[in-house]
Design a binder for this molecule. Sequence first.
Ligand code: PLP
Length: 632
Amino acid sequence: IALYNVDRWGGGYFTVNKRGNVTVMPNGSSDQKIDLTEIIREAKSRNLSFPLTVRFHDLLRDRVETINRAFADAIAESGYQNVYRGVFPIKVNQLREVVEEILDAGKPWHFGIEAGSKPELIAAMALHSDPESLIICNGYKDTSFIRNALVARKLGKIVILVVEKLEELKHILKVAADMNVEPMIGLRVRLLSKGAGKWATSGGENAKFGLSTADLVRASDMLAENGLSQALKLVHFHVGSQVPDIGTIKRAVKEASRFYAKLSKMGHQIEYLDVGGGLGVDYDGSRTTFDSSTNYSLNEYARDIVYSVMEVCNAEHVAHPTIVSESGRAIVAHHSVLIVETFGSIEKNSISTDTVTAEPGDPPLVQDIIELSENIGKKNRLESLHDAQEIRERAQSMFDLGMLDLRAKARIETVYWQIAEEVVAMFRGMRYIPEEVKEMEVALGDQFLCNFSVFQSLLDHWALGQLFPVMPISRLNELPDRNATMVDITCDSDGKVSKFVDLQDVKETLPVHRWVPGEPYYMGFFLVGAYQDIMGDMHNLFGRVNEMHIYLDEDEDAGYYVEEVLPGSTIGQVLTLTQWDTNELARRIKAQVDAAIKGDRLKPNEAMKLLDDYEKSLNTYTYLNFDDQNTK
Ligand code: PLP
C-alpha cells in the first residue's frame, strides 16, 4: 500500500485488503467493500473482455452528498443568510446513467445541471424535473441555443443564460423579445485573479470568456435601457479546473463577490453568485500545490467560499446571494476505474545473471569491463557507472567499424547492464540520487504491454501530462520486483504512461511484479471518471471500452450487483463511423474468396470458413483478446 500511496489519493474509497487486492468502498465506509478481483471474475463470467471501465454508482452518490453537505455545514456554521445550489457541468461526464445518478442523489439539495453546448442543453432540459434546481447555460450561444433555453423558461425551469461576451446579451434580449419571455441573465466576469496549474488559462485577463469591467457596466446599462434590470440574476466566474492552491479560490471569490455587490447596488436583483468549477482532486495524495494535487480539503473549500462571500457582502451591506458552484471533476473523478490487462513485458535489457568470465583471446574491452565489474564498491559506484558507459560506447564504435564480433559485443553489454543494475541498487533508498543513476533506473525499467489506448482512455495524460494513480490490482502482498512503464496498443510511440504520481516527485517508472507469460496481470487506472471518458479519440480505431455499472447490495452474496453492461465499440461500428460500409467490405472479400476458389488457391469449404471469420470479426471488440493465451 505504501508503495502506491493508495490510502492518500484514494479519498477513503480505495484500499488494499489482506489478500493483497485493491478494494473499493463505494460509499466511503469500510463496512461495504468490493474486491476488484471479484469484479474481474464477474466480467470474465459475462465474457466481457478488457479494457473495462467499472463505474461505482454509490460512489458517485456519495460524492454528490459529500459536496452538498460540506456547503450546508459551512453555511450553518457561519450563519450565512442564504443557501447553496450546486449544478453538475455535464461536459465533465455526459453519460446518461452518470448524469441521472447525480441528479437523483442531489434531489434533497435541489442539485441542478450546467450545460455548455446545444446538445448538452437539449439533454439537460429533458432530464431536469425539479423546479427549484438550476440549469446554467455557459459557453457561446447562437439563436437556437438561446431559443431552447427560453423554451425551458416557458416550461417553468430556472434557466440562466450566462453572457460570455457583450454582443451575446444583445442577441439574448432580441430572441427573448421575439419569444415574449423574460430571460434570466447571468454575467461571466473576467477576474484579474488567476490560478496556477494546467487549466489556469480559464481565468485572468486573457481568458477566452468573460466580460471586462467596462463591458459589465455596458451590460447593466443595456438591461436598464430595455427595462430588464431585474433580469440579471447571476454573477459567474470560473478560474480553471483543478485549482491546486486554495489561495487562488479565496482571491477569486472575493473579487467576484465585489462585482456581485457593486452590480446589486446598480439596481439589479441578483440572486446567485456562481463560483464555477475548479475544486481539485488530490490525484497524487500529496496535499500540496503540485498540479496533480490540492493543498485544501473539500470542507476547507466550502468554508472559504462561504466566509469570503459573506465578508464582502457584509462590508458592502448587500444581501447574501445563493451560492452556486459547478464542480465536475470533484464529483465524478473517483467513481470509475479502468482495468487493463498486461499481455507482455519488454525487459529491454534482459539481464543475464550468469557471471561473465574472461576467456583467452577476449578483446581488451571485454577484459576491461569484467575487471570493472569485479571492483565496484560504495566509494567508486558512480565512477564505475561512468567507466562502464565509456566502455560500452567504445565497444559500439569498434562494432560500427567491423572490429568487434557479435559474441564480444554481447558479453560487453551483458556486463554493462549488470553493472548498471548493481549501481542503481546501491543508490536505492538514498536521499540524493544523481541524475545519471535516475536515468539508468528508467532505462532498466520494463515496458508493460497493456491492452488499451491512451488516446481513448487517458487523453489528458497524453495531451497535458495529467497524472492518474496507477497500480496493479492484485499481488499487493508481494513486494514488486520490477519497475515498468505502461505502453498501449496504438501504433504510436506517444501511446504510453511513463509518468506516475508520487508524494514528493513525479516517478518515471512504476513498481510492478514480473510479468509471467500465461498469467493475467491487471493494472488499474484510477480517478479517471472526469473528462477522460468523453474526450478520448479513435486513434487506430480503438473505440469505446466495455463498461460495467456496479451498485452495492447487502442482500447479494457478493455485496454488489451489476446493474448494467455497456458493450464497447465493435470493429464494424468504428469502421462505420469512418464511412466504411461493412456490407460492402464483406462483399469485396467474398469476391476475392470466389476468385481464390476459381484459381484453385482455396478449397470451397476453407474459403467459406474464412469468409465467415471475416464477417464475424466485424461484430467483435476492437481491442486485443488474449483469452486463448491465458492459462490461469
Ligand atoms: N464550469 C465551467 C464554466 C468550466 O469551464 C468547467 C471546466 O473547466 C467547469 C465548470 C468544471 O470544472 P471542474 O471540473 O474543475 O469542477
